[in-house]
Design a protein around this ligand. Structure first.
Ligand code: NCD
Length: 304
């Protein structure tokens, strides 16, 4: 039985197969419409979510399966003091596969240790978000045609943004990938990623503050939201929240084929006037999230 805690749980070959399966699902949805007949997905969300939870549910329904779950800690027995370990043991009796989101780093891993069904980390605090990364990789591979030879700018809250952490982990395995890490000093990438992931693997990267300085060189611009819920005080959040706003004007500095990704939800970091630009692919990205989660569910349930 396999779980998905981090993008590194899949080898590059497995990842490529999964993305190819997702592309096939996109082209031939009918072929997969009954692949999970009789199977159940549990979505256990202790933190707010729109895309991740609903795209998981949509994915399972598209496969002919059904879904059950809860969408906040308040509406589960966590409110009565139940541990994640106990909850997952019980969920294992009710479902065939589980996606879990929790505000604490490592919570999904704790669940996987006590689970008798595959557990998918749908976001654990400021740590990892592997299924968003699968979505991002599918978007980049489908629209750019490759995952190597890329200069990727990650912009915004690189300290708390788990989507940025997972994407870096996944992309360092492809040749000739360079990172430009664009953040205010207070929201720089955590040192364990700078040292143990980037420097250790000799991955070229630069860190800078001004988005305008980075834009001209990028193949991909990955914007992120300042993660309000992870701040210790409101004042710091308010000071940081509008640090970056991608506007049409700033986009004039970008190449014609740069892609703009964002895991969403967006707050102010991308002006709505950018949405009509052909390079803005964040809503398409949300659609890819369904195909890739379908592919992931099939893979973890050993479908053939
Ligand atoms: C992201 C998350 O939850 O980390 N959202 C998502 O799953 N698409 C990004 C965010 O909330 O900013």
């Amino acid at each position: 039985m396999r779980h998905l805690m981090s993008p590194l749980d899949l080898s590059v070959e497995e990842l490529d197969n999964l993305l190819t399966l997702a592309n096939d699902i996109e082209s031939n949805p009918n072929h997969y419409a009954h692949a999970c007949d009789g199977k159940k997905l549990a979505t256990c969300f202790y933190e707010p979510s729109t895309r991740t939870r609903l795209s998981f549910e949509s994915a399972m329904l598209n496969l002919g399966g059904s879904v059950l779950g809860f969408s906040s800690a308040d509406s589960s027995s966590a409110a009565k003091g139940e541990s994640v370990s106990d909850t997952i043991r019980v969920i294992s009796c009710y479902a065939d596969i589980c996606a879990i989101r929790h505000p604490k780093e490592g919570a999904a891993l704790v669940a996987s240790l006590k689970s008798s069904i595959p557990v998918i980390n749908a976001g654990d605090g400021g740590h990892q978000h592997p299924t968003q990364t699968l979505t991002d990789l599918l978007t980049i591979r489908s629209l750019k045609g490759r995952l190597n030879q890329l200069t990727i700018g990650l912009c915004g809250d690189l300290k708390f943004g788990r989507t940025a952490h997972s994407l870096i982990h996944a992309l360092i395995r492809y040749p000739n990938v360079k990172f430009v890490l664009i953040s205010p000093d207070e929201l720089r990438i955590p040192s364990y990623i700078r040292e143990d992931v980037l420097k250790k693997h000799n991955i070229p990267f630069t860190e800078l503050e001004r988005l305008e300085d980075a834009i001209p060189d990028l193949d991909i611009l990955y914007m992120t939201r300042v993660q309000k819920e992870r701040f210790f005080n409101e004042e710091d959040y308010v000071r940081m929240k509008d640090f970056y706003i991608l506007t049409k004007d700033k986009l004039k500095l970008a190449s014609e084929d740069m892609l703009i990704l964002h895991p969403l939800p967006r707050v102010n970091e991308i002006s709505v006037e950018v949405d009509d630009d052909p390079r803005a692919v964040y809503f398409k990205q949300a659609q890819y999230g369904v195909y890739v989660r379908m592919a992931l569910i099939l893979t973890l349930l050993n479908w053939r």
